[in-house]
Design a protein around this ligand. Structure first.
Ligand SMILES: CC(C)(COP(=O)(O)OP(=O)(O)OC[C@H]1O[C@@H](n2cnc3c(N)ncnc32)[C@H](O)[C@@H]1OP(=O)(O)O)[C@@H](O)C(=O)NCCC(=O)NCCS
Length: 358
């Protein structure tokens, strides 16, 4: 096991301070880490207006995007093609943001540019590195706003795609990729690169170099380790701890208080119920016949399931369709070929029940 205490966020010198939104100060990220008193003056070369408690408004939304190639509706308004949740005006009043021209896909924007394009909805008191990059449009050219709630932090060289919401105090470390549209072959079909709503829960931490695809939801105070990959439509509950170097495939459901030690492969559509514990290097399987792109066979994918409180030791291999019952314990290095009953102690090659969990 790794030491959980090392995985909690520590930001020396970060006082949650008085920064305005959206305009990246040239030195803020690093200086605030050293001392809040060293923060340089605010860069007002691209002015924005911040409503009380509320969102950034573009000084000139067309300045960045150039000539209008078309219009789309505001989120939640008639004509909205983005599929993003409605974002109300901070004061509950009329949202008078202008309509915007269509962004070309792959257009990279800084936070200030995103703000001026009217696609950054940020509370006060957020910290966004001037080296963070925003890609608001998906591969289909569909732009979505980025929402950053109070106290959230986006580190240097993070890449944040449109449709991402960072809830309060969420922390995205350097070189993280968030909200990446899925492009190419996966689970029987070609994915066109459509973006989606990606939500990072309040207080959650995404460690440097993790990659989180579009349409992923991460619960409050959950931690995603270095180099961990969460593919499209993954859900992770609150207070979970996913260690580094995990691969979590499409549509996997992970409950609250789940602990995954580093280096596991969790195949698509796996269910890890609340309080499941996986040791390091667990391998899960959902395709018994290895039928990837087989022209003569439709793949029958049946993911394993881990019921509430199940514990699976380091180095186990869990075959397709197997259920590990509630509070069962599977010994390290086991090959699990059959269901393990609730509360059972099982281990071996293949795993056999040897008793009950005491
Ligand atoms: C399965 C486990 C819980 C059994 O613990 P235990 O009940 O105390 O069992 P013991 O150590 O007394 O061993 C009993 C017998 O089972 C065998 N055994 C124990 N664990 C085994 C395993 N994982 N696979 C195969 N055999 C195992 C022992 O060799 C011993 O056999 P013997 O009587 O012929 O010598 C434990 O060995 C284990 O694998 N825990 C998982 C730890 C882990 O992966 N943690 C991950 C986070 S770091």
């Amino acid at each position: 096991m790794t030491d959980a205490a090392h995985d909690r966020p520590e930001v020396p010198g970060f006082d949650g301070g008085t920064d305005l939104v959206g305009v990246p100060d040239r030195s803020r990220w690093f200086h605030r880490l050293r001392s809040p008193h060293q923060t340089r003056s605010f860069d007002r070369s691209h002015p924005i207006t911040v409503r009380p408690g509320g969102f950034a408004y573009p000084a000139n939304p067309h300045a960045i995007l150039g000539k209008a190639a078309g219009r789309w509706g505001r989120p939640g308004c008639p004509g909205d093609r983005r599929g993003s949740p409605p974002v109300p005006a901070a004061d509950g009043g009329h949202d008078d943001r202008p309509h915007h021209p269509t962004l070309g896909h792959r257009q990279e924007l800084s936070a200030a540019e995103l703000d001026r394009a009217g696609l950054l909805y940020a509370d006060t008191n957020v910290v966004i590195s001037r080296f963070a990059i925003f890609l608001p449009a998906d591969e289909l050219g569909e732009p979505r706003p980025v929402v950053v709630r109070a106290g959230a932090v986006i580190g240097p060289f993070a890449v944040v795609h449109g449709g991402t919401t960072l809830n309060g105090q969420a922390r995205i470390e350097e070189h993280v990729v968030i909200g990446k549209p899925e492009l190419g072959y996966a689970v029987g079909s070609i994915r066109p690169g459509a973006g989606g709503g990606t939500v990072i829960g309040a207080g959650a931490v995404v460690r440097s170099r993790a990659v989180v695809y579009a349409d992923v939801e991460i619960g409050e105070n959950t931690l995603i380790g270095h180099h961990t990959l969460l593919r499209t439509a993954v859900r992770v509950g609150a207070d979970a701890q996913l260690g580094h170097h995990l691969t979590v495939e499409r549509a996997t459901r992970i409950g609250r208080d789940v602990r995954c030690s580093p280096g596991s492969h969790i195949t698509s559509s796996t269910v890890l119920a609340d309080r499941v514990f996986l040791g390091a290097g667990v391998r899960t399987i959902n395709d018994k016949t290895l039928s990837w792109r087989d022209p003569h066979r439709e793949p029958t994918l049946v993911a394993p399931r881990f019921d509430i409180g199940a514990k699976v030791g380091t180095g186990c291999v869990v075959l397709a369709g197997v259920t590990i019952g509630e509070h069962a314990l599977v010994g390290a290095g086991s090959l699990v070929t059959h269901d393990i009953p609730p509360g059972a102690l099982a281990y071996g090659h293949p795993a056999r029940v040897h008793g009950e969990v005491r």
